[in-house]
Design a protein around this ligand. Structure first.
Ligand SMILES: Cc1cc2nc3c(=O)[nH]c(=O)nc-3n(C[C@H](O)[C@H](O)[C@H](O)COP(=O)(O)OP(=O)(O)OC[C@H]3O[C@@H](n4cnc5c(N)ncnc54)[C@H](O)[C@@H]3O)c2cc1C
Length: 614
């Protein structure tokens, strides 16, 4: 192992090992303690759970709340809503399971001190929309983190998990994970009887609209680096709907959210001539997707589609009409506060560009694609469903267990369940933890064992980029360029370019086809080979190296899934130019993939979609 053989290895034992202390991870840690009073519950987080994950900066609304106590919505309604928005394809068993429990999580947030806005007349939570309730949410994450901190045996912050460990004795059973401390460089071996992955979604796999100095500004958190997908993929867990990337319509340059504007401020959009434009594209869209365009509310991807068509017709940009709403001082205040609680950057961008929404209708744009399982898309791991509700084919053991024994997931990690958002992700973490505790209790003395050979090999692999850099820097030819290594930023830009141009990013108008996807896969393979020569100058760059490797693996998965599904199911998210129509006859199904790390092969298959709710 050369230069780094003296790096310290720290061993940590746990019963429940939670990877990622975001919304799902905090929910899992909290609930694991409830069911496993005497268990050793460990949560490992790349940043610091106090301010980590997509909710780090706070939120202004909790987007998934039924309001069953006031009979506002029932779980079945939410399943119908998510199914509609995802053009028919969701895991209804998993969605229902979250919806029936989510209110109790939200009530806990209030109990723990999160300030909710209330309707002064009814005393109920103030609704922003049918599913959203409004909060003063700047401190949402610290409040949730406190509950996890109190429940955990130990929280390990600043440790990036790079690989899962498999059981020495039993094939297809997880035994723990390894990672390194991004500040001290110590190597960690976590032994766990059950592992719950809650490591968020993936930004920066497609080239972002923001470039150069602004590159760090993306809609999805830049630190969400696809570990949630790469970790299970590496060990052969089946993934689902990885083609179902999300594209967001947001305020230009700052990616500021539009939900509160549409729902609470009742603003609306228009083209550059001040005209309504969605109806212009009704017939065209109907020809592509049939009566999905007639559903209410109109699916998110189809609204994007109308914007893309209108802009391509030369009548862009699309703008949000704010001037009317902002005449009302209360709505004006809400409009600004909405950013201050969750996307301060948008307010700063407007200030820097002299945009006052009271006097100027701000521009909207469609973002680059992201991969996530908790928003208006449902990419992620294929998981077992709840015993009392899932069809037999969706059940192989414990709720939220992947196709690898003992490996559970929640939030962005789990596929097929869109629209869970912050509260639903936390709730799914709780559901996964309850099942994980039962899995451990049922295990008896047949505990998994880690293999010394496996973790020592990982140790050598994890730190190799530091060694590559140290040797290669002697050959620097200019600035930081050396013929002996590739830097993480350069690798990232190459990945983003491949995904952008071949797999349906912004520069190709979200368009791809069979030829492009195969070409993209060829380029990804060459990038993979070159990443053997990643060079990391320091521990921070080492983290970037592993983030890149995780992003690359997730990108392979996205490309393979996109290639497999021969239809355009979600126009506005991406288009298969060679199959420009939605094809319910052949593709009203889930796509599943399984990666074999030994042969470097991807197996693809279809799985049925069961409509449990009418
Ligand atoms: C821009 C944006 C706006 C949103 N707005 C709303 C809203 O208004 N209302 C709402 O309810 N929801 C909203 N959501 C959705 C909500 O934030 C997510 O659904 C939720 O955070 C997903 O939870 P998660 O635990 O899966 O991921 P996260 O909360 O992102 O947590 C993932 C955690 O894993 C850690 N991690 C990642 N990789 C590793 C690794 N290798 N090792 C160790 N740790 C790792 C991360 O640091 C992070 O702490 C929004 C999301 C985004 C991106």
């Amino acid at each position: 192992m050369g230069l780094f053989s003296n790096r310290k290895t720290i061993f940590v034992d746990s019963d429940v090992l939670v990877i990622g202390g975001g919304m799902a991870g905090c929910g899992a840690t909290y609930e694991a303690r409830y069911w496993g009073r005497d268990l050793n519950i460990v949560c490992v987080e790349k940043a610091n759970i106090e301010r980590s994950g997509a909710v780090a900066q706070g939120l202004y609304a909790i987007n998934c709340y039924m309001g069953m106590q006031w009979d506002e919505n029932q779980p079945e309604d939410h399943v119908r809503y998510a199914r509609n928005d995802l053009m028919g394809l969701v895991r209804e068993d998993l969605g229902y399971d979250i919806a029936r429990h989510v209110d109790s999580s939200v009530h806990k947030f209030e109990e723990w001190g999160l300030p909710f806005m209330k309707d002064p007349k009814t005393g109920r939570y103030l609704r922003e929309g049918k599913w959203q309730i409004m909060i003063h949410g700047e401190s949402y994450k610290p409040i949730v983190a406190e509950a996890a901190r109190k429940a955990a045996t130990e929280i390990y912050n600043r440790i990036m998990v790079t690989h899962l460990l498999m059981d020495k004795k039993k094939k297809n059973r997880v035994a723990g994970a390894v990672g390194f401390n991004v500040r001290t460089g110590d190597f960690y071996v976590f032994r766990g009887k059950a592992v719950i992955v809650g490591a968020g979604g993936a930004s920066h796999i497609f080239k972002p609209r923001s470039t150069g100095e602004g590159m760090g500004r993306t809609w999805y958190a830049p630190w969400s680096s696809a570990s949630a997908y790469a970790l299970p993929i590496q060990v052969g867990a089946k993934m689902t709907q990885m083609e179902n990337r999300i594209v967001l319509t947001r305020f230009k340059d700052g990616y500021g959210p539009v939900g509160a504007y549409f729902l609470h401020l009742k603003t609306y959009t228009e083209n550059v001539n001040g005209e309504e434009y969605e109806s212009t594209w009704y017939k065209d869209t109907k020809a592509m997707v049939g009566d999905y365009i007639d559903r209410h509310p109109v699916p998110t991807c189809l609204r994007n589609h109308a914007i893309l068509k209108e802009v391509a017709a030369g009548r862009g940009p699309i703008r949000m009409v704010t001037k009317e709403a902002f005449k009302d001082p209360h709505l004006e205040q809400v409009g600004w506060e909405n950013f201050l609680g969750m996307t301060i950057g948008q307010a700063v961008v407007w200030a820097s560009q002299n945009v006052d929404p009271k006097h100027t209708n701000p521009e909207l744009t469609t973002s680059e694609p992201y991969v996530m399982g908790s928003h208006a898309t449902c990419s992620g791991a294929w998981a077992s469903g709840p015993e009392d509700y899932a069809p037999d084919e969706y059940q192989w053991g414990y709720n939220r267990m992947m196709t690898v024994d003992g490996l559970f997931g929640a939030g962005d990690t789990i596929g097929g369940t869109a629209h869970k958002f912050s509260s639903g992700s936390f709730t799914e973490g709780r559901i996964a933890a309850k099942a994980a505790v039962r899995y451990i209790q049922d295990m008896g003395t047949d505990e998994p064992e880690v293999s010394e050979e496996e973790y020592e090999n990982f140790k050598a692999e994890v730190f190799r980029p530091l060694e590559t850099y140290k040797v290669g820097r002697n050959e620097i030819v200019a600035g930081t360029v050396s013929p002996s290594y590739i830097l993480p930023l350069h690798g990232l830009q190459r990945l983003e370019k491949i995904m952008d141009e071949y797999v349906g990013g912004i520069s190709s108008g979200y368009m791809t086809n069979d030829w492009g996807l195969n070409k993209g896969l060829e380029h990804l393979q060459m990038l993979k080979e070159d990443l053997e020569y990643l060079g990391a100058e320091d521990l921070h760059q080492l983290m970037r190296s592993w983030e890149l490797k995780h992003r690359l693996l997730a990108s392979f998965s996205v490309a393979h899934h996109t290639l497999f599904r021969k239809e355009t199911r979600w126009p506005g998210y991406y288009y298969r130019g060679d199959h420009m129509k939605l094809d319910d006859k052949n593709w009203h199904c889930f796509t599943l993939s399984q990666y074999d790390a030994k042969s470097n092969e991807w197996a693809m298959e279809k799985a049925p979609v069961y409509h449990i709710i009418d």
